[in-house]
Design a protein around this ligand. Structure first.
Ligand SMILES: Nc1ncnc2c1ncn2[C@@H]1O[C@H](COP(=O)(O)OP(=O)(O)OP(=O)(O)O)[C@@H](O)[C@H]1O
Length: 226
């Protein structure tokens, strides 16, 4: 699903990613951990084409990031859904409209869209808010809308940047159970988090610990990637 070889990324003089090599297989669940500024968001941004590949080789969901241009990046983004740290939902549209948009841009028939959106909103306990404007929601509710929009399309690869950051413990655990359901159905998931507790939700998950842009440790062998 993902192959990175010697990937580095700099912002001016600062190296946010340094010589990262790893493989993520189809169906893997990977927790991305490490202190603030370690490079977690930069790595996720690279994986969905939000920043260009500067050094090294990378392929994601069958797309070679070296040859990905701004004209064809939308093809990668059809396969990869993202839950952004700052949500990126449309505040002046309703909860339903925000989630439905992800299917409308894929030209899904309206009845299918309605069914899918309602099912996902139900799963995230947002059904009662379907017709509320997102601007009227709490931070935790907006976060769940962002998750609903990402999962509604049933992506091959789901990237989530601190998706439990604004949630209390109970909601964080419910959200994790939604991610685990998607994982059980075959989605590949990469979740960046500071929340150590959620790591115990899936003891078989891969864990990659970044520090200062480098891999500090991983709980699976990276040696065959050299
Ligand atoms: N657009 C940018 N311009 C300049 N520097 C950046 C930019 N984006 C990230 N950085 C720097 O790159 C480093 C890695 O940032 P990144 O956001 O990837 O860390 P992170 O591990 O996701 O942190 P956090 O847990 O706080 O979200 C940091 O030092 C950050 O200041």
């Amino acid at each position: 699903m993902i192959t990175l070889r010697h990937v580095s990324h700099n912002f001016g003089p600062h190296w946010a990613l340094k010589n990262i090599s790893l493989d993520v297989c189809k169906g893997d669940f990977l927790f991305l951990v490490g202190p603030s500024g370690a490079g977690k968001t930069t790595l996720l941004r690279l994986l969905h084409g939000a920043i260009p590949l500067q050094r090294g080789q990378a392929s994601v969901a069958g797309f070679d990031l070296q040859t990905l241009t701004s004209r064809n990046v939308h093809r990668l983004r059809r396969e990869v859904s993202v839950v952004f740290q700052d949500f990126k939902i449309l505040p002046e549209r309703t909860v339903f409209a925000n989630v439905a948009l992800a299917l409308e841009v894929r030209n899904m028939p309206r009845p299918h869209t309605e069914r899918r959106v309602r099912a996902v909103l139900r799963g995230l306990d947002l059904e009662a808010k379907a017709q509320n404007l997102c601007a009227e929601l709490s931070g935790g509710e907006q976060q769940r809308v962002a998750v609903a929009r990402a999962v509604v399309v049933g992506p091959q690869l789901l990237l989530a940047d601190e998706p439990t950051g604004n949630l209390d413990r109970e909601l964080a655990m419910r959200l994790m159970s939604i991610f685990l359901q998607f994982h059980a159905h075959g989605s590949t998931i990469i979740l960046a988090t500071h929340n150590q507790e959620i790591l115990s939700c899936l003891p078989t998950a891969k864990i990659l610990h970044l520090e200062d842009g480098s891999v500090a440790w991983a709980n699976w062998s990276l040696s065959d990637t050299e």
